[in-house]
Write a protein that binds this ligand. Sequence first.
Ligand code: ZN
Ligand code: ZN
Length: 248
Amino acid sequence: MRRAFPLIFAILAGCASDPPPEPAWVSEADPGLVALGGTTRVDIEVDWFAMVPPDDVALEGLAVVAKRECPGKVVTIRRDTEIPATRWKSCRGDAIEVALDECRGRQEAADGVAYVHVLYCPVNPWGEAYASNGLCRRLEKPFPHWQIFVFKGTLKSRAILGLGADKIDRSCLVHEFGHALGLVANPEHRFEDGGGHCTDTGCVMTKPKLAAVLANAAMAIATGEIPWDYCVKCCADLERARAMYGRR
Ligand SMILES: [Zn+2]
Ligand SMILES: [Zn+2]
């Protein structure tokens, strides 16, 4: 009987120290950007075609969320290369890859650095999804990193009354960076179409379904603003991922 006490204690201690494993969606957050440790810097390079430069308010908004959601890392947002406007004319379809090779800053991974490349284009060069403001994709070459496109000519056409293109630029850039972070993977507040968008119409990670368009159009007309930050649930998802990576 006496020998049972250490066994019971061990079971109880085990229960207390080992939380149940997290569901798979938590791992969709990018550890290079989100997790404490591993990387020490986040290097965000911004390039643009000359007719569509980034707005200051957009880069400032990105800096706010990147510094908050990539804690413990030095976050750098660099305006790097302006590509001549004439270059765009010969830049259709896969030809954009050639232009990207000319302006891409980093060709090799750097130790401890998570690299994100942002490119401002007039419109979607692949001719798909003309209506979209931006795109975020994961590239494996020349080394694994995120690439974000902002289709500034498209989003400029959405400016209405008090809502300027700079505010739409900010929301678009922060939205696409949210996909790089790993949002939105939590089924509790994710649209079930697999697009990684938040059901909260006040969150920048929502998608332009009718309810969000109506809610945010009214806000835009009244205040000249639209949501540009992640909601409480999205931030909590990233914090949960950070805690999980910290236990590994
Ligand atoms: Zn999206
Ligand atoms: Zn959200």
